[in-house]
Design a protein around this ligand. Structure first.
Ligand code: TYD
Length: 139
């Protein structure tokens, strides 16, 4: 499938702001397009460190910078796109078969990930050439 990268869009979350601060909420299958089965987050990422470097076969994810900022670089095997994530009321949806690299973490940044399934190592492409070969044979 071509242009999977165009499916990777931002979803807006409700955010209640008052003098006490902001309250943001995300309801499974309502504010995002899948049922949440797992939540994990990246924190204390040293400067100049890159995370990610993989793609998934079936997993759907939402990436949210709940603190700080970072950049994410997407590649569907044909098209590439880089985005700066800096809003805690928006999450970036990643469909399956998107190679992603995350870098330029600001100090104290926290990258929250909502995932559609439990952790399964067999769902990963960890080697870029294997991923590209898969996409090329698919087309
Ligand atoms: P890794 O996939 O390298 O993180 P990144 O998102 O930067 O690519 O994951 C680091 C380790 O954590 C690896 O051994 C797999 C493990 N892990 C889990 O056990 N459960 C999880 O939900 C995740 C996301 C990773």
């Amino acid at each position: 499938m071509k242009n999977r990268i165009n499916l990777c869009k931002f979803f807006d979350f409700p955010q209640i702001k008052d003098s006490r601060g902001n309250l943001t909420f995300i309801e499974s299958s309502i504010h995002i397009p899948f049922k949440i089965e797992r939540v994990y987050f990246l924190s204390s990422v040293p400067a100049n460190t890159e995370r990610g470097g993989h793609a998934h076969k079936a997993l759907h994810q939402i990436i949210i910078p709940i603190s700080g900022t970072f950049d994410i670089h997407l590649d569907d095997g044909i098209n590439k796109k880089s985005l700066h994530l800096d809003r805690d009321d928006k999450g970036l949806y990643l469909c399956p078969f998107i190679w992603r690299e995350i870098n330029a973490f600001s100090e104290g940044a926290v990258c929250l990930v909502l995932a559609s399934d439990h952790y399964k190592e067999e769902d990963y492409f960890r080697d870029y050439n294997t991923f590209i070969n898969f996409i090329q044979n698919e087309c």
